[in-house]
Every structure is written in structure tokens, then in C-alpha cells.
Design a protein around this ligand. Structure first.
Ligand code: ZN
Length: 61
């Protein structure tokens, strides 16, 4: 698995379907073989980055 944002493989697992990219600091959630990407804001809330990627780019190969 690699980060859909920066292509890094430096991915940490933080939950059964949740991962964290240590390179670009985004949270990745795996849902039905599609990755949902979130940025963690300074106040701790999550904002979706899914709009930045096509479904094809977010699909797990
Ligand atoms: Zn990344």
C-alpha cells in the first residue's frame, strides 16, 4: 500500500481500516477497497481530500 497523495510507502496503521502517512501527514481510511483521504486540521478536525483524486487513483491495486 502506498499513499495516494505522495506515493510514499511510509504508512502507519492507526486502526483496522485506518492508516496515516508519515510523509505528508494525511489520514487514509480504507473502505470497500477505496481509499478515503483526510487532512487533519490544526484544531483536530478532518477535512476530506477525496476531491483531489479520481476514484481510480484511490483504488487499492
Ligand atoms: Zn503521503
Amino acid at each position: 500500500m502506498q499513499c495516494p497523495n505522495c506515493q510514499s510507502k511510509d504508512i502507519g496503521k492507526i486502526g483496522s481500516t485506518q492508516f496515516y502517512c508519515w510523509n505528508c501527514f494525511i489520514e487514509i481510511t480504507m473502505m470497500n477497497e477505496i481509499l478515503n483521504v483526510h487532512q487533519i486540521e490544526a484544531d483536530g478536525s478532518l477535512s476530506s481530500l477525496d476531491d483531489l483524486f479520481t476514484e481510480e487513483e484511490r483504488k487499492i491495486n
